[in-house]
Ligand binder design. Structure first.
Ligand code: ADP
Length: 173
């Protein structure tokens, strides 16, 4: 359901939504990029809950997601999704990327969350080509929303270039 998807340019840490999604790593250790920004803005609570999950479950596999509270963020929750590291395009990257989005939305539904904001998962340090990622992300989310109570999904793009690429993919959806 494409109509529930909104694209905007901005900083995901400032979004007033039920949950923002983090482009996390499998160790849930925090890092650079959007992960670092979310941990800095949200504070210790996020790190502590990530540590508990790591101790209990050993982290989060690629293509899956886990949830913590949002700490000092305006968003109540952070869903930490682990996208694939781009290798050659023939190593299941497409499926794993779609899965990171879908697993995040499943967790949101399970917690009865209605508004969710995503960054462009895997297209920064993980090197996934952004045009290919945009098509996969928008298709996966749009299809999932056909059978979900989620009201709005925002894609918060950090650069003009990414915003333009996602806009084009959205128009072609
Ligand atoms: P990954 O390791 O999954 O590639 P990155 O954090 O390196 O994750 O990059 C994912 C995307 O998030 C990139 O497009 C990057 O520009 C973007 N990004 C970085 N900081 C923010 C932010 N504060 N809000 C939204 N997007 C951000």
């Amino acid at each position: 359901m494409k109509e529930k998807i909104k694209l905007l340019k901005g900083d995901i840490t400032e979004q007033e939504v039920d949950a923002i999604v983090n482009a996390a790593n499998s160790g849930l250790l925090g890092g650079g990029g959007v992960d670092g920004a979310i941990h800095r803005a949200g504070g210790k609570v996020i790190e502590e809950e990530c540590k508990e999950i790591r101790n209990r479950e050993g982290g989060c596999p690629t293509g899956k997601a886990v949830i913590t509270h949002g700490g000092n963020l305006k968003a109540s929750y952070v869903i930490h999704a682990v996208g694939p590291i781009w290798k050659d395009g023939n190593s299941d990257e497409d499926n794993l990327l779609a899965s990171a989005y879908i697993e995040s939305l499943k967790i949101a539904d399970k917690h009865n969350l209605k508004t969710i904001a995503f960054p462009s998962i895997s297209t920064g340090a993980y090197g996934f080509p952004v045009d290919r990622a945009a098509k996969i992300a928008l298709r996966a989310v749009s299809n999932y929303l056909d059978k979900s109570d989620i009201k709005e999904v925002r894609f918060v793009l950090f650069s003009d270039y990414d915003y333009d690429v996602y806009s084009k993919a959205y128009d072609e959806l």
